[in-house]
Each structure stands twice: as C-alpha cells, then as structure tokens.
Design a protein around this ligand. Structure first.
Ligand SMILES: [Zn+2]
Length: 443
C-alpha cells in the first residue's frame, strides 16, 4: 500500500520517508491488535490492578524488537503494596551511532468504568473504524501508536543515531507518584539520559500540548462550640463560620480570579482564567449510612470542613495562590467574632510550559505540517499530567504531549480511539524520529 498524501500537502515526502510511511500503513492490523491487547488488560486505578501484567506484555513485545527493558516497582509509593504493586517499564533501544534519546512516555492506568456503557469496557470491540474500551483514548491508543512508530522506524533505519525509549508508567490518573515521579526521582528522566520527551496523551493528532496549569489543593476547617440545637446561642456554629468563608470567596476571590487571564493556550477557553472548585463541604454530625432511618440529634456543629481545588496560571505562583486564601481567612479572624480556622495544604503542582522554540516542539510541528498538510494547533491542558514530574523532578524542559484521540472522550462511557487517527499520529511520531535521529541529509 502506498502512503496517501493529503491533497493539501504541497511537497511530497522524500522516497526514504515514503517507505517509512508505507510501512506504518502496512502495520495497521498489528496496531489494531496491539491496542486491543492493551485494552483487554484491565489496569484500573484505583486500586492499581494488573500493572505487572501490562509491563510483562510490553516487555515481551518490545524485547522482540530489540529493546532492552527494565521493570521497576515504585516501592513505598502511595498505593504500593504486595497486593497492588506499582510496576513500571522502561524500554530502550540503542542506535548504531551516538546521538540524542527520544522518549515516549505513556501511562498504563485507566480510570474506573462508570455507568452508561453499551460496549464491553475491556473487550476492545471494533465498530466503524473505532476501537472501544476503557483507556482506548486515554491512553492505550497513544501508547500503541508510539510503539508502532518506533518499531517501523527501527526496521526502516536500523543504523539510526542515538536511542529510542518507550515507557509504560503507573498511577498517572492518581498523581503519578508511583510512576513518572518515582522514575524521575531515580534518574530515569534526566537530561544526561533523555533529550526529547513526547507524551502521547489524547490531545488530537494535529495539536501540540505545551504544558498545563498549576494546581493547589487545601482543606479549610472552621471551629465552633457544641451545644443543644434548641439553644444555639449557648454554642457557636462552625457551619455559619464556613458560610462567611464561602461568602468571602464569592465577593472577593471569585471576581479577582475571573479577571486574571493567561497567555497559555489552554483549552477549553474557560480555563484561561484562574479557577477554583469547592470539592466538598461537611459540618456537624457525620452523615448516616443510607440504611439508617433514625432522626438526627440536635446539636450545634463544632467543626466544618471544605476541600478546595484551585487551578492556577503560569502568571501566578504557589505563594500568591495560597496567600490570598489565607489573607481572606485572616481578615475574618480580625472582623468576625469567635472566628477560628485551620488551613492544611493537601497537594501542590506547579504549572509547566515548554517553550515554543524547544527542539521537540519545532520537530513535531514540522512533522504534523508535512504528514497532515496543516499547521498544528498549540494548546495547554487545564489539568495536570505527568509533564509536571518530567519538568520539575527530571529537569527536562524539552517535553510535550502529542497523541491521537479526542480529549473529551477521556474517562467517558463508550470511550474509543479512531484507528485512522492512530495511524496518522504514528506517522507524525515516526517522521519526528527521522528528524531527530537520522543524519541531516536523510531527514
Ligand atoms: Zn491520560
């Protein structure tokens, strides 16, 4: 089969790259079977099931194609136990000559199935050119595309320069601490070892994702004094104190956040401002079990807690974001009788933005333009992904997310990946490998 050039493509690819593209077209059935196999391993997180199974599968597959593999368990990471060990795989294939290393990083975990499916979530069914299953789009389709791209490239150009790495990592959906963070802490993502990183998250085949916003999560607790509910004046209601906190958010914080806009190309548009979700609120007596049909006792609540999820922009910083919430609480402490509070940080992730002039960005830009016949769209993600650890711990600034699939499909019922999108993305990835790992006269 010959590689069908998009009509808009002005200059045909040179013959040796045509050969690489035809090879990927010829691997269509292999790509489909690989994606189905990966979907059929139910790597649900939580709790973190079948990580060893998927690593063993990838070990066999990549070992057959000349990769040296290492299976690494994130001992002691959150969630790691004998029952649910956090296994990761890193596979490396050295070229014939020295050069740079291109690393494709995919997470192997998938989120819970949820309701509303009409297909088997772990069946890998095919219908109308799409493969269905939990993780099809986020991100086993992207993992399969990067494997096919690398294998096709290695077969076509066995004398390439540098090295190719492919990793399958745990726990991205729960923060990446048993996956990329652990590996970065142990030197696997480091500038001496890896020079270019592509994360095939489902951002779509014609988009380059440069990074993500930051996140700050905290719990705020207000305190009161318990008393009989018929004489609330003898106690102090912690829920009313929390009401004052939320009122402050409404009048001061939300308008201030909405007025801030970022230069980051975040999609969707609404996420180009600062945002904050109040995840939960609880005050007073613990909620009763659903099968308890008794009546509540009459008490003034002495504690009320909320959890907030504040997403912030590259133009803001951690101290400012936590500081402005703390300042509102301090103001209440001064102006409101008996107001007492505690604020506990639960987690923090700094924003990450790769420079548009970074080599991996211009390389994938050129590949999208030449393979798809259109300029890429640049985006940034509203939520965080493993780039945070590659950037902060690994000190690798030359990192993007690029892969097949529609972001809106992630975590939804009847999640799918389009087969042609995977083929097109694999071609873009292979074309980028050619640019980065072949001598200049053969790119
Ligand atoms: Zn993902």
């Amino acid at each position: 089969m010959t590689h069908a050039l998009p009509e808009t493509l002005q200059t045909p690819l040179p013959a040796h790259l045509q050969g690489l593209m035809s090879r990927i077209d010829d691997l269509r059935d292999d790509l489909i079977a690989l994606t189905q196999d990966l979907i059929r391993i139910p790597t649900l997180n939580p709790p973190g099931d079948c990580y060893r199974d998927i690593c063993d599968y990838l070990d066999k597959r990549l070992g057959r194609h000349g990769f040296d593999t290492q299976l690494i368990r994130a001992h002691g990471a959150p969630g790691d136990s004998e029952k649910y060990p956090r296994w990761n795989i890193i596979a490396r294939r050295e070229g014939k000559n020295p050069g740079e290393c291109v690393h494709f990083n995919s997470h192997t975990d998938v989120v819970e199935v949820g309701l509303g499916w009409t297909k088997d979530p772990f069946g890998g069914e095919i219908e109308d050119g799409k493969i269905y299953g939990r993780g099809a789009c986020d991100m086993k389709g992207g993992l399969a595309s990067s494997i096919i791209a690398a294998e096709a490239f290695i077969r076509e150009f066995p004398d390439f320069n540098g090295a190719i790495e492919i990793s399958g990592t745990a726990d991205e959906e729960s923060g990446g601490y048993g996956g990329v963070a652990y590996l970065a802490d142990h030197g696997f993502f480091a500038p001496e070892r890896v020079q270019h990183v592509i994360i095939p998250e489902p951002l779509h085949k014609d988009r380059i994702c440069l990074g993500h916003r930051g996140g700050w999560w905290a719990e705020i607790e207000t305190f009161g004094e318990i008393a009989h509910g018929c004489m609330p004046f003898l106690g102090d209601c912690a829920v009313r104190h929390m009401g004052a906190v939320i009122d402050k958010f409404e009048t001061d914080l939300y308008p201030a956040m909405a007025a801030r806009h970022t230069d980051m190309p975040v999609v969707p548009e609404g996420a180009r401002s600062s945002t904050m979700n109040i995840n939960s609120i609880h005050g007073g007596q613990p909620e009763q079990a659903p099968d308890f049909d008794g009546l509540p006792a009459h008490c003034v609540p002495d504690s009320c807690r909320i959890v907030i999820d504040r997403r912030y922009l590259a133009e803001e910083n951690h101290a400012q974001v936590s500081g402005e919430v703390e300042a509102l609480l301090k103001e209440l402490e001064t102006n409101r009788d008996n107001f007492r509070y505690e604020m506990r940080e639960l987690n923090h992730v700094a924003p990450s933005m790769t420079d548009r002039s970074a080599p991996v960005v211009s390389t994938v830009d050129r590949s999208i333009t030449e393979i798809l016949g259109k300029a890429p769209e640049y985006v940034a993600s509203p939520g965080t992904y493993d780039q945070k650890h590659i950037d902060r711990i690994g000190k690798l600034k030359n990192c993007i997310a690029y892969g097949p699939g529609i972001l809106e499909m992630a975590h939804k019922p009847d999640e799918y990946i389009d087969i042609q999108d995977m083929i097109d993305s694999a071609k873009v990835m292979a074309h980028s490998l050619a640019q980065l790992l072949l001598p200049a006269d053969r790119q």
